[in-house]
Design a protein around this ligand. Structure first.
Ligand code: PRP
Ligand code: MN
Ligand code: MG
Length: 179
């Protein structure tokens, strides 16, 4: 059923850490120091990125929440139909919100989530994605902050899966099929 493949490293753990440190400085400039920031991770792909990002914001008052939106399931193609599988636990009306995503591909997932969360009238809502594949975009959407812009490669690791595997790699790699 599954094709044989190997994973070639594309972005090292060290490069990711350095980029997150730089991004956290930008985030700090945008959100007021005295106000609590609600950091929202999109499950499941963002779980490692959000864990590293909030620890770079350890000097801030941060609340962590999660939302699960799935469009891919186990497929390699976007279904273009975004389903909310798990909503936030907390309220975000009138609050500072940062939505954290692993990758923006077609743009359907993050644009759908942003529209949903903006309807709850947060004070400020910003988005950050570790990876961006602009060549794949199907809806007009751009995250406020991006870690790395990448070409149209099938990437895994640092939270990102291929058929629910490889999320636990500490680096970003690209899948190369060997058949
Ligand atoms: C992947 C990825 C992003 C989304 C990006 O999630 O983590 O959330 O797809 O694709 P898009 O821009 O084309 O919408 P997936 O639906 O595979 O769920 P997962 O995070 O649980 O792996
Ligand atoms: Mn995802
Ligand atoms: Mg996935």
């Amino acid at each position: 059923m599954s094709r044989p493949y190997v994973i070639d490293q594309m972005i090292s753990a060290k490069e990711i850490a350095a980029r997150i440190e730089a991004l956290s400085k930008e985030i700090r400039k945008t959100f007021p120091a005295g106000e609590r920031l609600v950091v929202v991770g999109l499950l499941r792909g963002s779980f490692i990125f959000i864990a590293d990002l909030v620890r770079e914001l350890q000097d801030r008052e941060v609340e962590v929440d999660f939302l699960e939106a799935s469009s891919y399931g186990n497929a390699m193609e976007s279904s273009r139909e975004v389903r909310i599988l798990k909503d936030l636990r907390g309220e975000i009306g009138g609050r500072n919100v940062l939505v954290v995503e692993d990758i923006v591909d077609t743009g359907y997932t993050l644009s759908h989530v942003v529209a949903l969360l903006k309807s709850r009238e947060p004070k400020q809502l910003k988005t950050i994605a570790l990876l961006d594949k602009p060549s794949r975009r199907e809806v007009d959407f751009r995250a406020d902050w991006i870690g790395f812009e990448i070409p149209d490669e099938f990437v895994v690791g640092y939270g990102i899966d291929y058929a629910q595997s490889n999320r636990n790699l500490p680096y970003i790699g690209k899948v190369r099929f060997t058949d």
